[in-house]
Design a protein around this ligand. Structure first.
Ligand code: AMP
Ligand code: TRP
Length: 346
């Protein structure tokens, strides 16, 4: 098998209301991975326009996601932070992948079905081909590891299928151009920890989401300490005390969710949290969860607000990151054009 140098890539859409699920499922993990890998973190603005966006709000939200990355502790000098639209190779490689992926593969994507809803005829074509662009984001950097929440698992599997089909379909040309037996790595999804899928605080059967109409369903990264406290206290629970072992969380989705959130914020396992709180009433556990949430999220929200007031700094981080990302991505596009048999200037 060909070997690839290890590289992390991930993206977050600038679509408003960054929440605890985004933080625990993705951004907090991005921060941890910086110590072990070369990392590229992207604000995926091209993905955002697969559904309608107001331009002025989109601009603000691109800066907000960037501020969240930095406030959480991502170092934009050692790693790369940028917005997707500034590196045209993403869109270019996505076109190639539109020609590699099969209609049948995209037809199976559950996120498209959920987002398109009943009125599929009226969904944008971009929403349908969204996963091809996501595959391009990752593979244009030949990234090997992709930290995401559980909801992105199917898209990562599709990315591997696209990489594999490209490697197979063009195998002779890949070898003839001196790239060995495979050009793209098959990237691995990193879906780990106790908060892979944070659920709504109002309904333990639904994912915490940016688009839930009830603000009480989620904790936003910019919520005040008071708002966090109110939302946690109002979170849906059941009447029983907490179990002392993880098996006791089965069929108790709301309890499972709050314990998972506590564990992820504390850097502990659910079993460890239950060893401490097993037998406690929710009122006591919720007080501890409020304290922990405010202690962990308060400083991030405050730093986000400070950074958001300095647009020139945020924009300079994005421009610098895009310049460094472009250098890597343009090399991939040259290689891909050679593999496909296109003629280019040398
Ligand atoms: P998005 O806001 O859809 O761009 O998501 C950004 C990242 O947050 C992705 O890695 C998602 O998988 C992750 N994510 C979104 N919602 C949740 C959730 N409720 N629980 C865990 N991870 C999530
Ligand atoms: N689809 C991802 C989401 O909605 C965002 C995303 C776009 C992404 N491109 C990516 C995540 C590449 C990881 C890698 O959350």
């Amino acid at each position: 098998m060909a070997t690839f140098s290890q590289r992390v890539f991930s993206g977050v859409q600038p679509t408003g209301n960054l929440h605890l699920g985004n933080y625990l499922g993705a951004i907090q993990r991005f921060v941890e991975l910086q110590e072990r890998y070369e990392c590229i973190y992207c604000v995926v603005d091209l993905h955002a326009i697969t559904v309608p966006q107001k331009p002025a709000e989109l601009t603000r939200q691109i800066r907000e996601v960037t501020a969240a990355f930095l406030a959480a502790g991502i170092d934009p000098r050692r790693h790369i932070v940028f917005n997707q639209s500034q590196v045209s190779a993403h869109a270019e490689l996505a076109w190639v992948f539109n020609c590699v992926a099969r209609m049948g593969w995209l037809n199976r994507m559950t996120q498209f079905k959920e987002k398109a809803g009943k009125d599929r005829e009226n969904a944008s074509v971009g929403l349908f081909t969204y996963p091809d662009l996501m595959a391009a984001d990752i593979l244009v950097y030949r990234a090997t590891h992709v930290p995401v929440g559980d909801d992105q698992k199917q898209h990562l599997e599709l990315t591997r299928d696209i990489a594999q089909k490209f490697n197979n379909d063009y195998r002779e040309s890949i070898e003839a151009n001196g790239f060995g037996e495979a050009y793209f790595p098959l990237p691995e999804a990193l879906i780990q920890g106790p908060a892979r899928r944070v659920m709504s605080l109002r309904d333990g059967s639904r994912k915490m989401s940016k688009s839930d109409p009830s603000d009480y369903s989620r904790i936003n990264l910019t919520d005040s300490a008071d708002a966090i406290a109110q939302k946690v206290r109002k979170a849906k629970t059941d009447p029983l005390p907490l179990p002392s072992e993880e098996a006791g969380l089965a069929d108790r989705p709301e309890a499972d969710n709050l314990v998972g959130i506590y564990a992820a914020l504390a850097g502990r396992t659910k079993a460890e949290v239950l060893a401490e709180f097993g037998g406690a009433q929710f009122s006591a556990f919720k007080s501890a969860l409020v304290d922990l949430s405010v202690a962990r999220l308060g400083p991030i929200g405050a730093e986000m607000r400070r950074l958001m007031a300095d647009e020139a700094y945020i924009d300079s981080v994005l421009v610098d990151g895009a310049n460094r990302a472009r250098a890597i991505a343009e090399q991939t596009m040259k290689d891909v054009k050679d593999i496909l048999g296109f003629i280019r200037a040398r």
